[in-house]
Design a protein around this ligand. Structure first.
Ligand code: DLL
Length: 431
């Protein structure tokens, strides 16, 4: 289903014409309205007239999270506060948050983009949707909230947490769709099963996002909750959710290309990679007024497919995020993405989909411990079987990662559960 079919199925040439028109507007807008960009562009010798074709974007310097932090809180805003009608922020693990502002036009565009991904996943005005993302400065909850209202769905803003009540309401309201992180959906499924009410659930659709989730993990969640789930990508600096999302064919997340111009670069050299290659995603926001972004380095690793999709959409599709360039673990010189480990672990029935990666440094050498929960603690009494399982996991991890890991099988329910984004990496090398 489409929310804005004409835009979503535009011929590529038309998309590129629109992008060029908007890019020209954006560069002039940034030049005229944001002193930070005026200085950056001037130093790089990029006057707005220099942008004559889409490839001229290469003259524009990248913008990074540090630039937003250095101008905290409102230094990159393109409009006076009088015109800013909403503020969001991403928490970050250290220091000040990254603050973003929206004009009325931005909110309108944002809810359009989110409405598109909801419709693409199959949500309709018949759906009763529980939003179990945390409401607040985080963009996830309010982003989905307004997009879903726009397609006429019934929104139930439960926020995250209070899981038992969440499950009770799901049964009483006959909730048909769940919005959450995949890890919270997994936790809800686990708890509903323990409460003995999983068969009373009426869910058919999951709109997930805000963190990575392998196909294997998604399969498990779908089986437990009896739903069809799509993956949706976004980030506060760019807008929030709505940057890209899967359609019913689930072969990549369609980027809202009328609002976002995507590039993929080599994160080490900063060089733009040829179309289709894997690297760091860089996004230029083509319509945002509140806090416009010129070539923002997301640090997320993906690749983009420009072929039209079976669903009829012509907007390019980005592959599931492989990881963040700063989440990638370097273990004894080998690059390891947590998603590779998750894929291996999901291949074993005897373990639950809960794991933690602990990295330490001993005698100047990195060590990676993969802690994973047993699906059923009774296995702890069968030493032979336990050892066998541990060896198999170790072997499969070594085949995929090319390095030795320590595999620790831990008791069922001993690892932390998450109501928002899961934190699975504990890197003790830094402390
Ligand atoms: O997580 C926005 C969002 C909310 C997207 C709800 C989708 C649904 P931030 O909190 O700023 O914004 O976090 C952005 O989360 O750079 C990625 O590393 C990660 N991320 C977001 N969506 C996905 C996804 C929101 N579908 C950061 N798969 C991004 C993998 C994701 N990682």
């Amino acid at each position: 289903m489409f929310f804005q079919k004409e835009i979503e199925t535009m011929p590529r040439q038309k998309i590129e014409e629109l992008q060029l028109e908007r890019l020209k507007w954006l560069v002039k807008y940034c030049f005229d309205n944001v002193p930070f960009y005026n200085k950056r562009l001037s130093e790089a010798g990029v006057a707005p007239e220099k942008i004559k074709s889409l490839s001229d974007i290469k003259y524009i310097p990248y913008t990074t999270k540090d630039d937003i932090r250095d101008t905290y809180p409102f230094g990159l805003f393109g409009q006076p506060m009088k015109k800013i009608v909403r503020i969001h922020a991403s928490s970050g693990t250290t220091g000040k948050p990254t603050v973003v502002g929206y004009t009325k036009n931005d909110l309108e565009n944002w809810s359009d983009c989110v409405a598109r991904l909801c419709a693409a996943a199959g949500a309709t005005d018949e759906d009763i949707v529980q939003i179990a993302f945390g409401y607040g400065l985080f963009t996830g909850a309010l982003g989905l909230h307004y997009g879903l209202e726009k397609i006429g769905a019934t929104v139930v803003p439960t926020s995250s947490g209070n899981t038992e009540k969440q499950i009770m309401l799901m049964q009483d309201f006959k909730t048909t769709a769940l919005v959450s992180t995949p890890s919270y959906a997994q936790y809800i499924g686990e708890m509903a099963r323990e409460m003995g009410v999983i068969q009373n659930m009426n869910l058919r659709l999951g709109l997930f996002g805000s963190e990575g989730c392998t196909e294997e993990m998604r399969g498990q969640i779908e089986k437990t909750l009896g739903l069809f789930a799509t993956d949706n990508y976004g980030m506060s600096e760019l807008m929030g959710p709505g940057v890209s999302g899967e359609c019913e064919f689930r072969c990549g997340m369609h980027i809202a290309e009328d609002h976002f111009l995507a590039e993929v670069i080599d994160s080490k050299t900063g060089e733009v990679l040829p179309k289709g290659e894997q690297g760091e995603l860089v996004i230029t926001t083509l319509t945002k007024e509140g806090i416009p972004m010129l070539r923002y380095r997301t640090k997320d690793i993906t690749q983009i497919n420009y072929e039209p999709c079976a669903c009829g959409r012509t907007h390019a599709r980005m592959a599931k995020i492989k990881g963040r360039s700063d989440d990638m673990l370097k273990i004894r010189g080998v690059n390891v993405f947590p998603s590779q480990i998750e894929s291996v672990l999901m291949g074993f029935d005897q373990i639950a989909p809960h794991y933690q990666l602990v990295v330490t440094r001993e005698n100047f050498s990195d060590a990676l411990e993969v802690k994973v929960e047993l699906a059923d603690s009774s296995l702890l009494e069968n030493y032979g079987e336990l050892e066998n399982l541990q060896k198999k996991i170790h072997h499969n991890l070594k085949t995929v990662l090319g390095i030795d890991t320590k595999v620790s099988l831990v008791e069922h329910k001993s690892l932390e559960r998450f109501q928002g984004k899961a934190k699975r990496i504990v890197d003790l090398r830094k402390s």
